[in-house]
Write a protein that binds this ligand. Structure first.
Ligand code: AMP
Length: 213
């Protein structure tokens, strides 16, 4: 099966994708991760998109489409993909369908994690990561856990891109360009809207129930 997971930045797409990947033996294709990897490896594309991503803009369709094609057409991933972060606009949605159709594949499930902007801001702005053990926590939601963190509070750092300005741009880009994609898919029988503000495990269980049918 192929799955698409939608949701604004901070909605928990990555976390939920990871759970589905483990349980259903799928491959998570996160275009955000692929692009960040290009930046990390300082490739030609990475150098070109570094500033744009750090400011919260969308990367050019041609670049992302080309990268995605490598996965969709790879036999290893055939009919076993969870798309996280793609498609992000109507052009990408049509590109995905034509890529899948021409390889006799289709989309089997679409999940839309709905989360209000206030919650997203809190989740992203409150995010702290321990430099020592890599654990992610939230200043607003996990106060006790942070206070008692075994590595000590000095190792807890905020990510450079978790700033107010970038979150606003990313959220606005999402609403402007990705909302029409949700409208495009919403009448399909395999489109499922999920309350993304619930606890991680509650969301995982809901998704699991749908996938198991
Ligand atoms: P994400 O990890 O999904 O939040 O993506 C991080 C950033 O990567 C986004 O803010 C965009 O700049 C870029 N990006 C990821 N996926 C796409 C896509 N499908 N189209 C254009 N830009 C993308």
């Amino acid at each position: 099966m192929n799955v698409i997971i939608f949701g604004p930045p901070g909605a928990g797409k990555g976390t939920q994708s990871q759970n589905i990947v483990n349980k259903y033996n799928l491959f998570q294709i996160s275009t955000g991760d692929i692009l960040r990897n290009e930046i990390k490896n300082k490739t030609e594309i990475g150098i070109k998109i570094d500033k744009l991503i750090s400011e919260g803009g969308f990367v050019n369709d041609e670049i992302v489409d080309e990268m995605l094609k490598n996965f969709v057409t790879n036999h290893k991933y055939r009919n076993r993909i969870i798309f996280d972060g793609y498609p992000r606009n109507i052009k990408q949605a049509k590109n995905l369908e034509s890529m899948l159709n021409s390889d006799n594949q289709s989309i089997n499930f679409i999940f839309n994690l709905k989360v209000k902007r206030e919650i997203i801001e809190k989740r992203i702005l409150g995010r702290v990561v321990c430099e020592k053990c890599n654990k992610t926590m939230n200043e607003y939601l996990n106060k006790d856990e942070i206070e008692n963190h075994e590595c000590g509070k000095n190792f807890l750092k905020k990510r450079k891109d978790d700033n107010h300005e970038t979150i606003v741009t990313r959220y606005d880009e999402y609403m402007k360009k990705t909302k029409p994609v949700l409208d495009y898919y919403s009448s399909r029988s395999y489109f499922h809207e999920i309350d993304g503000s619930e606890k991680i495990q509650v969301i995982t269980t809901k998704i699991d129930h749908i996938l198991r049918v």
